[in-house]
Design a protein around this ligand. Structure first.
Ligand code: HEC
Length: 140
């Protein structure tokens, strides 16, 4: 009787443990952190814009238009860094006047899929992280 009970409680404990692990791993994915702007930049942007953002990435020779030098975003605009406009350019899901070559990918959708983002909030956060990173690498 005693042996039977402990056998059963062992199975029960195993089942609880399994359920616990499942719950934990589920929590993990739903609390997946959005990557930093620099991480996202190196993963998705450096191939064209260069690891330092200066526009000399490995893909450059295959593009119709050279990738913009992203350390000069503000310099090109009289010293102003337009957060909202840069956000829209990166997101790409809303067409931006004067930015229609098709060489610059539409990141809003790509990030959502590649980074397995759960919702629009995480997409916005990812793009905001990228905008913040770009802002931090501006040069005169
Ligand atoms: C396949 C190559 C390619 C990749 C990858 C790429 N870009 Fe671009 N990007 C371009 C090209 C080409 C331009 C300039 C042409 C244009 O205006 O469409 C550009 C322009 C831009 C501009 C506009 C700069 C300005 O001053 O107006 C921003 C901002 C930008 N890219 C950010 C990014 C970010 C952030 C990523 C990564 C999430 C990225 N790009 C990935 C090719 C790329």
């Amino acid at each position: 009787m005693y042996a039977l009970l402990s056998g059963r409680s062992m199975i029960l404990s195993a089942a609880f443990l399994l359920a616990f692990v499942l719950v934990l791993s589920n929590c993990n994915t739903s609390e997946k952190k959005v990557a930093s702007g620099e991480e996202l930049f190196q993963s998705y942007c450096a191939i064209c814009h260069g690891t330092n953002g200066a526009g000399n990435g490995a893909m450059t020779e295959h593009l119709k238009l050279p990738p913009a030098d992203l350390t000069k975003i503000a310099a090109r605009r009289g010293g102003n860094f337009p957060d909202e406009q840069i956000y829209q350019i990166i997101d790409g899901r809303v067409p931006v006047a004067g930015h229609g070559t098709g060489d610059m990918p539409i990141w809003g959708q790509t990030l959502k899929e590649s980074e397995q983002l759960k919702n629009e909030k995480q997409v916005r956060q990812s793009i905001n992280n990228l905008v913040g990173y770009l802002k931090s690498i501006q040069q005169q």
